[in-house]
Each structure stands twice: as C-alpha cells, then as structure tokens.
Ligand binder design. Structure first.
Ligand code: HEC
Ligand code: HEC
Ligand code: HEC
Ligand code: HEC
Ligand code: HEC
Length: 381
C-alpha cells in the first residue's frame, strides 16, 4: 500500500517534470525529453575506463596501443580522426607520417594514469559538433559509409576493423575473426563469405532512417546517452504490431543451426586431433604442445575469438573444457594442422561471429543476417 502511494507520487512528479522540460525547451512531446547526458554516459560502456586501460595504454600494449587506442580511448581517437579523414585508416602515426613509438603514444596520454575512455570529447569536437557525420572515410573494415547521417560517427569505431574480405575466395589465408564491433559491416551488408557482399546489401535501417545508429540508439530511444536501443523501438516506424522477436527469433534459430553444422564438421575430424596450444581464460596464458586426445571431445561448446583469432571451446568426456585457436590444433607436435585456412569451416566461423558479434540478432539488417546464415548452412552441407 505504501509502495503504491510512493509510485503515484513518483508518477505525478515525473509528469510535472516532463511538462516543465517541454515548456522550458519548447520541444514537441513527440521527441522524448533528453535527460542528463553526463549521468547516462556514466552508466554506459563508453565510460568504461578498464577497457581503455587494458587495450589502449603503452604499459599494457606497447606500441600496439597505436592499434587498439584508435577506438578504445578518447586521446587515440582524436589523434586518429584527422589521419583517417586524410585517407589513412591504419595505426596511429606521428605527424611526420612515421609509425608511432612509445614516447609519442605517451605524449598523447595513452598511459595507465592518463588514458580516457570514449568521453564527450571523443564524439563532440570543441564546437560540440560531432567529429564525423554523413559519410565515413575508408574504415579499417575496408569500406566507406555514405549518407548515414550522425550514424557515421558510430560506424567509425563500430566495424570489424580487419580489412575487406573477398567473399568468394576459397582460401582467406588467415584465421582472423571479425572484431566484436561488427555493427557497421552488418547494417551495410559487408564482409560476408559465401554471400556476394559487393552488391547493395545495405539495410533500410542504415540508409533510410536519416541518422542510422543514432536514430534508434539515441533519438527514438528513451535511454539517452547510454545509447541502449529499446526493444520496442520498432513501433516508432513500423506500427505497434512489429515486434523485435519477429526478427530475433528466426535469426537465433539460424545461428544455432550454423553452430551445430560447424560442430558436426569438427566432431567428424576429432579423431585426428592430438595436440593443441591451450589457452587459459583465467590467466590469459597459453600452454604449448598440450596433449589433447580428440576422441575425448564431446562438444564444441562455443565458437569465439581469442586474441583476434577464430577459436573453439571444447567440452571433453570428463566434463573439462579446453580452449584452443583454430589454427593451433594439430595431429602431433610440429605436425599437420587439422583445420587449414582453406577449410570452409573457418569461413563459416567468420560468418557466425559476424552476425553474433553484431549484437542485434538480425535487427540491424534482417535480410542480410538471414542470407549470410543460410548461405553458410548451404556451404557446410
Ligand atoms: C575500429 C575500432 C576498434 C579498434 C581499432 C579496436 N577495437 Fe576493440 N572494440 C571496438 C568497439 C566499438 C567495441 C565494442 C563492441 C560492442 O560491444 O559491440 C570493442 C570491444 C572490444 C573488447 C570487448 C570489451 C568488453 O568490455 O567486452 C575487447 C576486449 C577489445 N575490443 C579489444 C581490442 C583490442 C585488443 C584491440 C587492438 C588489437 C582493439 N580492440 C581494437 C572497436 C575497436
Ligand atoms: C559515442 C558518442 C557520444 C558521446 C561519448 C557523447 N555524445 Fe553527446 N551526442 C552524441 C550524438 C550522436 C548526439 C546527437 C547529436 C545531434 O542530434 O546533433 C549527441 C547530443 C548531445 C547533446 C544534445 C542534446 C541531446 O541529448 O540530444 C548534448 C547536450 C550532449 N550530447 C552532451 C554530451 C555530454 C555531456 C557527453 C559526455 C558526458 C556526451 N554528450 C558524450 C554522441 C555522443
Ligand atoms: C571512439 C570509438 C567509438 C565511437 C565513436 C562510438 N563507440 Fe560505441 N563503443 C565503443 C567501445 C570501445 C565500446 C565498448 C567499451 C567497453 O566494453 O569497454 C562501445 C560500446 C557501445 C555500446 C555498448 C555495447 C554493449 O556490448 O553493451 C553501444 C550500444 C554503443 N557503443 C553504441 C554506439 C553508438 C550508437 C555510437 C554513435 C553515437 C557509438 N557507439 C560511437 C567505441 C565507440
Ligand atoms: C532500426 C534501429 C537500429 C539501428 C538503425 C541500429 N540499431 Fe543497434 N540495435 C537496435 C536494437 C533493437 C538492438 C537490440 C537490443 C536488444 O536486443 O535488447 C540493437 C543492438 C545493438 C548493439 C548490441 C546490444 C547493446 O545495445 O549493447 C550494439 C552495440 C548496437 N546495436 C550498435 C549499433 C550501431 C553502431 C549502429 C549503426 C551502425 C546501430 N546499432 C544501428 C536497433 C538499431
Ligand atoms: C527509424 C525507423 C525504423 C525503426 C525504428 C525500425 N525500422 Fe525496420 N525498417 C525501416 C524502414 C524505412 C524499412 C524499409 C521499408 C519497409 O520495409 O517498410 C524497414 C524494414 C524492415 C524490415 C525488412 C528489411 C529487410 O531486411 O528485408 C524488417 C524485418 C524490419 N524493418 C524490422 C524492424 C524491427 C524488428 C525493428 C525494431 C527492432 C525495426 N524494424 C525498427 C525503418 C525502421
């Protein structure tokens, strides 16, 4: 009972507050009133300094901070944007064009005590304008985005960042996984194997929503600068009958089917496995030449990326788990690799991770997500 009164009071206060905001800002109530960007940002992963410290400092990464620091720190991003706009999406360079060394990265502030995460200043320039809008320059994922409004800013960081793949190659020649930030690739329909990604596969969600990412994650959202999209955002444009699970459910089903198909392929050759370079998630260390009797593998519990490489988590008959990168599984020490880079299983794993890491379960680009996964299933038949 007391709680009800409290809720009523809250509702009244909320309404009064709402009208106060509408009155003072003169905004129409069609646009959700913006709250407090600083407080919202604080709750978002953009404010996560831990990742910035782990990935974007010279103490932890050495000169590799010139790689990860581009998107994982305010200072790195600000140093990188002019270089990117000039056509070089590569690692952060010194103003004279030479590779950044530790001293230069230190001078930018990519150190444990000074590094900053994705702050207001990372996105907003001195005049408060967004640093990038409408078009992106060539991105580390090997494509440009055109006329995507304010979403261009987000796409600059939220892409797979491992170069353009050739969709119909029979041997990618590497074990690279897409980076966890696969949103721009997926929404624009890029970087899929088995499915022709050189035709126009961009989602209307990318190109006919005015500001793409920003439209759903900020403008129509209720969570402001947390940039969390709401599950009911669809109704804004499609009417109340369009529900998020209309897209997410079939895509989840297909993701499970692709994973099962990959697992079948792995189990079919498990008897050949004799040794792996084992990875320990607790210590982030590897054990060389770890003997693994493949016959003991009962399950591929997870397909994942370990330090940027396509990897598996195996479950063994006795219940223990072993993590290994796909390119570090052999028949015997210094022996033959079980999975060559030309094995379709690796292209299938890339596609699986592309759609999984996008994080929207198909919402960003429903048809593309479906087509990638069905093409993958056909390739594994
Ligand atoms: C082109 C931009 C870009 C570059 C370069 C980049 N990342 Fe990321 N990374 C992102 C984005 C964006 C996310 C968040 C993706 C998401 O949550 O969907 C992310 C997420 C991560 C995460 C997951 C963080 C978490 O809290 O779950 C790790 C770990 C990571 N990156 C490591 C690295 C490392 C290591 C490097 C350098 C070798 C690197 N990244 C380079 C854009 C980038
Ligand atoms: C990840 C990028 C990003 C970060 C970080 C960010 N903003 Fe924004 N901000 C945006 C975008 C995109 C808009 C929408 C711009 C527009 O509509 O022109 C925006 C709009 C705003 C607005 C205009 C009112 C509104 O909410 O639409 C204010 C004020 C603002 N930001 C303040 C901040 C502050 C303060 C911080 C840091 C605490 C911050 N922003 C961090 C991207 C960002
Ligand atoms: C400077 C690079 C950068 C820009 C620009 C950027 N992001 Fe991010 N974003 C990141 C990184 C890095 C993370 C993950 C941080 C972590 O996990 O520690 C992230 C995380 C997120 C997350 C949380 C993901 C999760 O797994 O919970 C969302 C949502 C997001 N960003 C949306 C946006 C949107 C929308 C924009 C454009 C307005 C944007 N970002 C612009 C780098 C960026
Ligand atoms: C049509 C609306 C829409 C557009 C456009 C859109 N998103 Fe999303 N996004 C969503 C929805 C809905 C989800 C799923 C949220 C859920 O399942 O709870 C999502 C999920 C995500 C996630 C992972 C879940 C999270 O919030 O932590 C990230 C990161 C993300 N989007 C970033 C982006 C980026 C970057 C862009 C532009 C390249 C973009 N989105 C464009 C609606 C959209
Ligand atoms: C900002 C407006 C906007 C929002 C929000 C939005 N959509 Fe869309 N969506 C569009 C437009 C525009 C099209 C293309 C025209 C059409 O098909 O009606 C489209 C097309 C689609 C399609 C067909 C696309 C394809 O790939 O073939 C599906 C499915 C879809 N939306 C589902 C959703 C779901 C689910 C949500 C919520 C999670 C959502 N949309 C949120 C604007 C939006």
């Amino acid at each position: 009972m007391r709680q009800r009164t409290y809720m009523k009071l809250l509702a009244v206060c909320g309404t009064v507050f709402f009208f106060l905001i509408v009155l003072t800002t003169g905004r129409s109530s069609a646009v959700a009133p913006q709250g407090n960007p600083a407080a919202e940002w604080q709750r978002s992963k953009h404010a996560n300094r831990e990742t910035a410290i782990a990935e974007a400092t010279v103490e932890r990464r050495g000169t590799l901070a010139a790689h990860c620091g581009r998107c994982h720190s305010e200072q790195g991003f600000i140093a990188w944007v002019p270089q990117l706009l000039a056509g070089d999406y590569g690692l952060i360079k010194k103003p004279d064009g030479s590779a950044a060394d530790v001293a230069y990265l230190q001078s930018l502030g990519l150190t444990v005590d000074r590094v900053r995460p994705i702050t207001c200043r990372a996105c907003h320039g001195d005049d408060f304008e967004l640093r990038i809008r409408d078009n992106t320059p060539m991105l580390p994922a090997g494509f440009e985005a055109w006329a995507v409004g304010k979403g261009a800013l987000c796409m600059t960081c939220h892409n797979t960042r491992n170069g353009r793949i050739q969709w119909d190659t029979t041997d990618p020649g590497r074990y690279t996984a897409p980076h966890v930030s696969a949103q721009a690739d997926v929404i624009l329909g890029k970087n899929s194997f088995f499915l022709n990604d050189t035709v126009n596969g961009a989602s209307p969600h990318a190109i006919f929503t005015s500001d793409s990412c920003v439209t759903c994650h900020l403008t129509l959202g209720k969570n402001g600068h947390t940039f969390q999209a709401s599950e009911t955002v669809c109704a804004n444009c499609h009417g109340p009958s369009m529900r998020i699970d209309f897209v997410q459910k079939p895509i989840e089903t297909l993701l499970e089917q692709v994973k099962a198909a990959i697992e079948r392929r792995v189990l079919a050759v498990r008897d050949q496995i004799g040794v792996v370079r084992k990875w320990d998630p607790a210590t982030d260390q590897y054990t060389e030449n770890f003997p693994l009797d493949g016959k003991q593998i009962t399950k591929v519990a997870e397909i994942l990326s370990i330090h940027g490489q396509i990897s598996f988590r195996f479950t063994l008959a006795d219940g223990t788990e072993v993590y290994a990168r796909a390119g570090e599984i052999w028949d015997q020490p210094n022996g033959r690799r079980i999975f060559a880079t030309s094995d379709p299983i690796l292209r299938a794993c890339w596609n699986y991770l592309l759609i999984k890491y996008d994080g929207s379960l198909g919402v960003h680009n429903p048809s593309f997500a479906r087509d990638v996964l069905t093409a993958t299933l056909k390739a594994l038949r």
